[in-house]
Design a protein around this ligand. Structure first.
Ligand SMILES: [Zn+2]
Length: 170
C-alpha cells in the first residue's frame, strides 16, 4: 500500500468496524470518536480509542456479526518482519538494540530501519496519537477487528525524513 492510501484505508476500516462489530458500534454510538467522527457532535471518550486490556477482555465482541476467529495472534506479522530482537511497545524506548516492536494482542507493529527510527508496518498497521497514548489499527485483519487499540504508551506518529514512511516516535 502506498503511504498516500494509508489514512483513507484506516477510515474505511473504522467505518466497517462501526457497521459490523458490536464493540465499536456500542462504543462509538454512545460516546463518539474523532478522525473520522461517525456520529455528528460526538467526539468520544479517549477520542474513540479502546485500552488494550479492555479489548483483551472483550475479544468475542470484536468479531464481526458475520463471524470469524476471536483469538488474538501475537505473532501476526512476524513472518515478514526482518530479524530483530522483539520488545513490547512500552519497553522500546529503553532498548536501543531492539529491532521489532511486538504486542501480545496486535502482533508486530514497527521495525527499526537503518535510519534508526521505528518504521510502522504501514501495510498492516495504522497508528495515531490519542489521550490513551498511541492507538493502533490492524488494516487487514478482519476478525477480531482491532481498531484504535491503545497499549498504554505515549508517543507520536511522524514521517521518516530519509525514507518518507510513517514512523512512531517514543
Ligand atoms: Zn527511516
Amino acid at each position: 500500500m502506498r503511504p498516500l492510501l494509508w489514512t483513507p484505508t484506516y477510515r474505511r476500516v473504522v467505518r466497517t468496524a462501526f457497521a459490523t462489530v458490536p464493540h465499536y458500534r456500542e462504543l462509538w454510538a454512545l460516546h463518539g470518536r474523532t478522525d473520522p467522527t461517525l456520529v455528528p457532535g460526538r467526539t468520544g471518550a479517549h477520542a474513540g480509542a479502546t485500552p488494550a486490556e479492555v479489548a483483551v477482555e472483550r475479544l468475542p465482541d470484536l468479531v464481526p456479526l458475520r463471524g470469524g476467529p476471536a483469538e488474538a495472534n501475537p505473532y501476526r506479522g512476524l513472518e515478514t518482519a526482518p530479524l530483530g530482537h522483539p520488545v513490547p511497545l512500552a519497553a522500546a524506548r529503553d532498548h536501543p538494540g531492539a529491532g521489532i516492536i511486538r504486542d501480545d494482542l496486535l502482533g508486530v507493529l514497527a521495525v527499526r530501519a537503518d535510519c534508526g527510527r521505528w518504521h510502522l508496518c504501514h501495510r498492516d498497521v495504522y497508528a495515531r496519537a490519542t489521550p490513551l497514548g498511541l492507538a493502533f489499527t490492524l488494516l487487514r485483519q478482519r476478525s477480531p477487528m482491532l481498531v484504535d487499540i491503545a497499549p498504554g504508551t505515549q508517543g507520536a506518529v511522524g514521517a521518516c525524513p530519509i525514507h518518507g514512511k510513517p514512523v512512531v516516535e517514543l
